[in-house]
Design a protein around this ligand. Structure first.
Ligand SMILES: Nc1nc2c(ncn2[C@@H]2O[C@H](COP(=O)(O)OP(=O)(O)O)[C@@H](O)[C@H]2O)c(=O)[nH]1
Ligand SMILES: [Mg+2]
Length: 301
């Protein structure tokens, strides 16, 4: 009779400053786009889980919003969410952006981990974008912080070093039955992914401020007889003056957003998509407890 190694499973929260590459890392490890990625900060608003199976182990990665000094209520809810996920996880990966080094945001997270007595596996990310010589002082400072259980140098974008990190994380998982069915890759729904992919295009196609004032909700997601999906989504903005910006001249902007989102959605959902976008003004949506709940966040008082 052959002995099987025991099953392992657990949650690993990915923490880091805005833009460190957390969502890119989740997507790289899972091998699918689950979490949207943009060059702008604070793209990810809630927890997104992705599953990676490695032999007998089921690694559940938890992408979190970036940790920074919050100003708005929504910011505070996102930062609270990230710390909450870290507290509940079996292990934490702290992602450091090598192009920024140990700046204020990164230092604040290191301090937060230290005061909670929590160790983290530290991954210095974006090694493809910096000279090797800049990495050593960063690694040294992290080592001296006493927070690192291990330090890795990776590129979440190219995948360089990522498999070594995965092997290390798997070893840290407790013996446990698996937490998700074998064929399940994530806990996000197609409705959520549709709204997120539209929101990603707002970040990519609109100016600096507007994406932060907007949220997107999937109103309908209908499977058609011909195998395609009909998706209706509403872009919610805060002020009347923002609506024409999203629409663009003669609707040219929203058309551009819709086309790009549709192409992306067809690739991710692996079927044809008919996407219909609407724009609605909802003053103060970012102060409504129910909107926070829909986004998977608690409403901070
Ligand atoms: N050069 C380089 N860019 C990266 C890497 N990882 C992420 N990025 C870029 O950094 C930006 C922020 O990435 P994202 O995953 O959204 O960061 P998050 O805010 O931490 O989730 C995007 O433009 C990514 O393409 C990396 O390893 N190398
Ligand atoms: Mg993100």
């Amino acid at each position: 009779m052959t002995e099987h190694p025991p099953k392992r499973a657990g949650f690993v929260a990915i923490l880091g400053a805005p833009n460190a590459g957390k969502s890119t890392l989740l997507n790289q490890i899972v091998g699918r786009k689950l979490s949207i990625v943009t060059p702008k900060v604070q793209t990810t608003r809630t927890r997104i889980r992705g599953v990676r199976i490695e032999g007998e182990a089921q690694l559940v990665l938890v992408d979190t919003p970036g940790i920074f000094q919050p100003r708005r209520r929504l910011d505070r809810a996102m930062v609270d969410k990230a710390w909450g996920e870290a507290a509940e996880a079996d292990a934490v990966v702290l992602l450091i952006d090598a192009t920024r080094g140990l700046d204020d945001d990164a230092t604040r997270i290191l301090d937060g981990l230290k005061s909670s007595g929590r160790k983290a596996v530290v991954a210095i990310n974006k090694v493809d974008a910096v000279a090797r010589a800049t990495l050593l002082p960063i690694a040294k400072a992290i080592d001296e912080s006493g927070v690192a259980a291990a330090v890795f140098m990776i590129s979440a974008l190219t995948g360089d070093g990522v498999e070594d990190l995965v092997r290390d994380l798997v070893k840290r998982l407790p013996e446990s039955e698996w937490l998700f069915p074998e064929d399940q890759l994530s806990d996000i729904t197609e409705r959520f992914l549709a709204a997120e992919i539209v929101r990603e295009q707002l970040f990519l196609k609109l100016g600096r401020e507007l994406p932060y004032a907007a949220t997107v909700e999937t109103e309908r997601f209908l499977e058609q007889k011909d195998g395609s999906a009909r998706i209706e989504a509403t872009i919610i903005v805060q002020k009347d003056s923002q609506k024409p910006i999203v629409l663009g001249h003669q609707g040219s902007k929203i058309k551009e957003i819709g086309q790009a989102a549709r192409v992306e959605l067809e690739a991710e959902l692996e079927r044809r998509v008919h996407l219909f976008l609407f724009v609605k003004v909802r003053k103060g949506w970012d102060e409504e407890p129910s909107r926070f709940r829909d986004m998977g966040l608690d409403f901070p008082q």
